[in-house]
Design a protein around this ligand. Sequence first.
Ligand code: 17E
Ligand code: FE2
Length: 414
Amino acid sequence: MDATLLLRRCQLVNGEGLVDIAIADHRIVAIAPNLPVTATTELAIDGRLVSAPFVESHIHLDSALTAGEPRWNQSGTLFEGIEIWRDRKASLTVEDVKQRAIQALKQQASQGVLFVRSHADVSEAKLSALKGLLEVREAVKDWLTLQVVAFPQDGLYGRKNNEALMEEALKLGADVVGGIPHYEMTREDGVRSVHRIFELAQQYDRLIDVHCDEIDDPQSRFLEVMAACAIRSGMKRRVTASHTTAFASYDNAYALKLMGLLRRSRLNFIANPLINITLQGRTDTYPKRRGVTRVKELWQNGLNVSLGNDCIQDPWYSLGTGNLLAVADMAVHVCQMTGTAEIDACFEMVTQGGARTLNVESDYGIEVGKPANLIVLAAHNPYEAILQRATVTTVISQGRILVETTPPQITWHG
Ligand code: 17E
Ligand code: FE2
């Protein structure tokens, strides 16, 4: 058999012994020890970890790389971030969005991310964020899969025109319907927005990903509305609740009832621990809440959880490099996922779990017949990868080597 690319002696995430991986015509054509194959290019992996790519399930590329414009977020709250972004987006252009989004995506791809779901603010009259990201989706499609969420940052009912802008965004081709019920003016508006989101998703045949209960208010209970709608509509796995930070503030009696409903709903969950450990708890003195959703309990209940960066240097978070191992590392700490199976689960949340959230599982994973998207890490297993924030040394996209990085070389002169 002839291959274009052959990886020798790879350690797979759940693999027993080492295997070779042969790639031809952009697809994986064979996986087995000691393949009798010749290839145009052969890579000696020498027992290092080879994984399916990282999946960024939650990021705002429209605001990425704007930290400090027009001013820095001094209070560190979600609300100040929204106000700064409102001023910044007044001068948004399609070119501005495209340039920053592509820069951020290249930075992420260099760190092994080949699947990304980005929110695009559609509560802005010209829809520049959405139009820019739809053009980026097309521009990068040969090396990265981008999904775009129509996200009404100022509320679906926050201004008269916002609902119409959302529908316009779906007509233009957004992949996912977004929302922000906890930020609507009233509880009633929030509930109404969730129902409208489900209606639109069914009408336009789109996925759903709602910023849900991103607040420390234990009375913010839109997650139960989403779960009920997911069950009644039958959309279940096509629905995602992002952030759900209020879940960390619910009392345990309500959380127990809710968890039963969530198990029925099969919703996907996305936690963004880098951002929510800094945004939440800002009105607390001490004890100060962590404000990250109940990742461990959701995972223990068999629900699909993925982890996202949310921000790369924007009005909500001035730090961030788009590295998903940094996010997994933060989840291990904040969510106390320190058991061995729990650390492995955090690695899965930035790979397979994200693929399930994005509904791209049929094209994702290291299996014969699937598109050859894979990454090589300077580590031997997921634990080492998180421990070391391991360098992704080779990124292979659609069967071609897209990026190579040499890990830092330390010379000890003791
Ligand atoms: N917008 C929002 O509502 N919440 C966030 N965490 C970010 C933007 C980053
Ligand atoms: Fe977000």
